[in-house]
Design a protein around this ligand. Structure first.
Ligand code: ATP
Length: 368
């Protein structure tokens, strides 16, 4: 297996910059997820690594070897896309074995490798079935089998589960991760689905407008978002944002919002008075009658054991995830305490988290 190193990779389509200079390393054996909204440059980055798109500038190293201008076929990388292109006239056995057959492998070795692969994917009982008769999840397993049978240096997967319905998707998410744990193959996985990313990744690279916003573990990304964009993109229900104005001094540990002094993690810079945003996750809000931060209940959404209550303040709405047993009535005024060690203050201009050293945007150098 292999380490994939990307240095100052950039892609322009005419005047449009699809991927800004980005640098990052996918470690040997890592399950690395590229996450971001449609059009942020994920597929373009993956296609450059695969050798399907030439970069405008930058380098791609596969296990230390510069493969930037090598053809896809010279990179020993397997890919899998959303539309699984199986050969409909062949059965499962022939579909899985096809890449090896193209390499000249035949006879007993071919049969053994196909059977091993099918067993790993739990489709060995389907080997003689025509693929046209398979259900979506099994078709995807065959496509996966075709990708892994060659034992390539790395796998690139672009929204491979996008065509499946929710039930199969969840099942395949689990299976892919289990398969990865067994094979330890370097994997680059592209998705716009934050839940898929959070449940599968060793590390997630969040992209927006062709820029790396953050590269970190799922937990780090959730707990310490580097930018407002990341904070907003990750988490369901989403983080709430309160807009306010203030100056910042190094070492400051509280901010004045909505008439209340709110404790926050220490801020490390000097800023002139200007717009700032306080970010709070719903599970870090508690109702407390004596609290000075106050608002009026707008509405509530029941989720079974918990409910998400939306509270209007003069500086924006706060969502609180509290016990469903707690009685709430719209229009009622409530006090709220916020869990101070989990709050994030974002700059109003570039959206950077002020107490965070994790922002990647514009620097071209990814953390981790
Ligand atoms: P999606 O999930 O929708 O594919 P993405 O994050 O993978 O989104 P890309 O497919 O990498 O995004 O596209 C990034 C940007 O580059 C988009 O604005 C897209 O329109 C543009 N783009 C991609 N390929 C080309 C091309 N061949 N010519 C011109 N523009 C392109």
């Amino acid at each position: 297996m292999a380490e994939i190193k990307v240095h100052a990779l950039r892609k322009e389509f005419g005047d449009f910059v699809a991927v800004q200079e980005s640098s990052f390393t996918i470690e040997d054996g890592e399950f690395f997820v590229m996450l971001g909204p449609s059009g942020c440059g994920k597929t373009t980055t993956l296609r450059m690594i695969a050798g399907l798109e030439l970069p405008s500038s930058g380098e791609i190293l596969l296990d230390g070897e510069d493969v930037t201008f090598n053809r896809a076929s010279e990179r020993d990388i397997a890919f899998m896309f959303q539309l699984f292109a199986l050969y409909p006239h062949m059965n499962v056995r022939k579909n899985i074995g096809f890449p090896l057959k193209c390499q000249g492998v035949g006879g007993r070795e071919l049969r053994q490798r196909v059977e091993e692969t099918a067993k790993l994917l739990r489709i060995d009982h389907l080997l003689n079935q025509p693929v046209s008769r398979l259900a979506g999840g099994d078709r995807q397993r065959v496509a996966l089998g075709r990708a892994i049978i060659r034992r390539p240096k790395a796998f690139l997967m672009d929204e491979p589960l996008g065509a499946l319905d929710t039930e199969f998707r969840e099942l395949m998410t689990e299976e892919l991760r289990r398969l990865h744990n067994r094979m330890k193959a370097t994997t680059l996985y592209v998705t716009h689905d934050q839940l898929e990313a959070m449940s599968m990744a060793d590390r997630i690279m969040v992209m927006n407008h062709g820029v790396i916003e953050q590269l970190a573990t799922p937990q780090e990304i959730y707990d310490r978002p580097a930018t407002r964009f990341v904070a907003d993109f990750i988490g369901s229900p989403a983080m709430s944002f309160l807009e306010f104005e203030s100056a910042i001094e190094p070492g400051q540990t509280s901010v004045a919002v909505n008439g209340a002094q709110v404790q926050v993690p220490a801020l490390h810079e000097t800023r002139e008075p200007g717009p700032l945003t306080l970010g709070v996750r719903p599970e870090h809000v508690a109702f407390d009658d004596s609290a000075t931060l106050r608002g009026r209940i707008f509405g509530t959404e029941y989720l079974g054991t918990t409910q998400v209550v939306t509270v209007d303040t003069d500086h924006g709405q706060i969502r609180a995830r509290i016990s469903a047993a707690h009685p709430v009535s719209p229009g009622e005024t409530v006090g709220m305490t916020l869990r101070s060690d989990r709050l994030v203050v974002f700059a109003g201009d570039d959206g950077r988290a002020l107490a965070s050293d994790l922002y990647q945007g514009g620097t071209g150098a990814a953390h981790g």
